[in-house]
Design a binder for this molecule. Structure first.
Ligand SMILES: *Cc1c(COP(=O)(O)O)cnc(C)c1O
Length: 379
């Protein structure tokens, strides 16, 4: 490539018709650094077990010969498998017609914002929470309002009701268990929220209550899933993903459970054939071996509880965690703690309110390395 070709690739000699609200923005992305212990993005640290690799490879081989055809648009087989999985995981039977899936729960959420948000249909959330919600809102021209959480990261239900009554949002999006705090919403709070949102949306419609359960599988014993409230509340949506518990962030498969009329609306805005035949086949294969992946989850929950205890034993403040990460602090200079850990080969995440840091559950060895690096750093 000549020098002038190279320049032409980075400089643009014409002015692009960039959307005014996107001018100067940077694309999302956690820093990706090569370090011995990377526990910064809440991945499952264990590689995919051999029998799961085997099942996926076989399934992909079987569909490869038919890739000349478009995939099944409505993926009934996958919806049935997800419905069976949810029943095994949470004890709640959700019919396959109540399931929708897309490329990661990010895309599932984007479908919800595209179908129900937009001008005059605001969304409401409660910070600190998942950093992608503002991006779904921005992309779909949806105004996103916020009711900050309390000091202990619980949701302020009274303030939420006031905001809902005032703004009439089409969507109320709450992550539970929440990222980056790790905390869950109590069933009593979810039930109360569902009661005051039946007619609080635009023009007397309901406000859709979207509970993002990306970390649902990591909840502690006795912490219920919002799936239990689905049958009685047709304006409830529960989203899940294979990215975290299933060790399949690379697969891009997220899904939700909701009333079939909500799903009909999502089908209007999805791109045609959005879920590739390869994704469908690989997801089905992984679900057929969910037992193996759930064994990893049990191990990670155990490691998580040990991390929480150890950090508390060190005198740190640690939020209750129902996820595969811990949120801890409070540090006068969290950036320095983060850097001190990085200098010892451990990458965690600076995220959320000032003073706090987030570290994902690693393997036993990674977790040990993190804890001893932190002890050194804090001496
Ligand atoms: C990680 C995460 C997701 C997962 O998104 P995918 O697109 O399924 O990978 C969704 N919601 C929250 C709150 C998360 O932290």
């Amino acid at each position: 490539m000549s020098a002038s070709d190279a320049r032409a690739m980075t400089e643009c000699s014409i002015q692009l018709p960039v959307r005014t609200d996107l001018v100067g923005l940077e694309p999302y992305g956690a820093p990706q650094l090569q370090v011995p212990v990377a526990i910064n993005v809440n991945e499952n640290p264990y590689p995919v077990p051999a029998p799961v690799i085997e099942a996926i490879t076989t399934a992909v081989r079987e569909v490869a010969g038919n890739l000349n055809r478009y995939p099944d648009r409505d993926f009934p087989e996958l919806r049935l498998a997800l419905s069976d999985y949810l029943e095994r995981e949470s004890g709640v039977r959700v019919a396959p017609e109540w399931i929708w899936a897309a490329n990661g729960s990010n895309e599932v959420m984007h479908h919800l914002f595209s179908a129900f948000g937009g001008p005059g249909h605001p969304a409401l959330s409660s910070s600190p929470t998942y950093s992608m919600y503002p991006e779904y809102a921005r992309n779909t021209l949806t105004e996103l309002l916020d009711v900050p959480r309390r000091e202990d990261f619980s949701v302020d239900v009274v303030a939420l009701k006031q905001a809902v009554d005032h703004a009439h949002p089409a969507l109320l999006v709450l992550a539970s268990p929440n990222n980056p705090t790790g905390t869950h919403l109590s069933s009593a709070d979810v039930a109360e929220i569902l009661n005051f949102t039946r007619t609080s949306g635009p023009q007397g419609s309901a406000t859709l209550v979207v509970i993002d359960e990306a970390y649902g599988e990591f909840r502690r014993d006795g912490v219920p899933s919002a799936l239990e409230l689905l049958a009685a509340h047709p304006h409830l949506v529960v989203s899940r993903t294979m990215s975290k518990a299933f060790a399949m962030a690379g697969l891009r498969l997220g899904y939700l459970a909701a009333h079939p009329q909500i799903i009909s609306q999502l089908m209007l805005v999805r791109l045609p054939y959005h879920l590739s035949a390869l994704t469908q086949a690989a997801a089905l294969a992984a679900l057929s071996r969910a037992d193996l992946l759930q064994a990893q989850v049990a191990k990670m929950r155990h490691t998580r509880d040990r991390m929480v205890q150890t950090l508390r034993g060190m005198g740190l403040t640690v939020a209750e965690s129902d996820t595969n990460f811990v949120f801890f602090g409070k540090f006068g200079n969290r950036q320095k703690v983060w850097q001190d850990l990085l200098d010892r080969g451990v990458l965690i995440r600076v995220v959320g309110p000032d003073g706090w840091l987030r570290a994902s559950v690693g393997t036993e060895e990674e977790t040990e390395a993190f804890l001893s690096a932190l002890k050194e750093a804090l001496q």
